[in-house]
Design a protein. Structure first.
Length: 273
């Protein structure tokens, strides 16, 4: 398969199968077997070697679709030195679903904030997959992770300003962040960054901040026992009531109802097991 011009379309929610983490001093241990499910691999070649300054391609994500061989991993993706690897297997079970995410089959270089988000998602999936997480919860967490990977691939090739802007927004979106703050930090005009952001994510600055905060809120609601007030504060909302109202408008459920929905799914999974 020529992956240079390929995109893999995944209907959400996809079906989570398994996930793990390993340390490989000589690179990913690929085999010649044909994959029976999609395989996502994230490589961190910096932390394992104790590097403080990382090369641009030290942290990368690679997706292999079903039917391909994991021996076909591009040579440039395989590290010759120490590396930490996260991997997960999933199946695309609803090709007719309305919600889809289109992912590149090329290795995607990850900025630090993007890597941290993916690493967080992998740790949550590994814990849920090995513990008491219900299948529905794991599928939902997988969908959030895939959307995060899709968002990372949005900046146009060679657009360093767009990449820097999105990286800065992702790092500070849970603070009281304004577009003038971003403009001052990056040294560009507000009008230019506003147009650039809309080109990348097809929404305004305030809408994108709201989107990022809602994504984190959903993760926190289904993966922990923090109170609604605590989650609201961590996601950048000073008023829990305003957060709940915003969440209801966005998801069609109040935060507590959203949490109860996935908690009930987890309990059903435990009973079935």
């Amino acid at each position: 398969m020529n992956m240079a011009n390929e995109l893999f379309s995944v209907s959400l929610p996809a079906r989570f199968l398994s996930a793990g983490r390993c340390v490989a001093p000589g690179g990913w241990n690929a085999s010649a077997s044909v994959l029976d499910a999609a395989l996502l691999i994230v490589r961190d070649a910096g932390s394992a070697a104790g590097k403080k300054t990382l090369a641009p391609d030290s942290r990368q994500a690679l997706l292999l679709p079903p039917g391909s061989s994991d021996a076909a991993i591009p040579a440039g993706f395989i590290s010759a030195g120490p590396a930490v690897w996260f991997w997960l297997r999933f199946r695309n079970v609803s090709p007719s679903a309305a919600a889809q995410v289109h992912l590149s089959l090329l290795p995607v270089s990850l900025h630090e904030s993007a890597f941290n988000r993916l690493s967080y998602g992998f740790h949550q999936l590994i814990r849920a997959g090995r513990g008491s997480g219900s299948p529905d919860l794991c599928d939902y967490m997988l969908s959030v992770l895939l959307l995060s990977l899709r968002d990372e691939g949005r900046p146009a090739a060679g657009n360093a300003v767009a990449a820097r802007m999105l990286d800065f927004i992702h790092l500070h979106c849970y603070e009281h962040l304004t577009l003038p703050d971003v403009a001052r930090a990056l040294g560009y005009s507000e009008d230019y960054l506003s147009r650039l952001l809309h080109d990348q994510v097809s929404c305004s600055f305030r809408q994108y901040i709201h989107y990022l905060r809602m994504q984190r809120a959903k993760k926190e609601l289904v993966s922990g026992s923090k109170s609604i007030r605590e989650i609201a504060e961590e996601c950048g909302y000073s008023n829990a009531k305003f957060f709940s109202t915003s969440f209801l408008k966005c998801e069609g459920l109040a935060p507590s109802a959203f949490r109860n929905l996935y908690t009930a799914g987890s309990h059903r999974g435990n009973m079935e097991n």
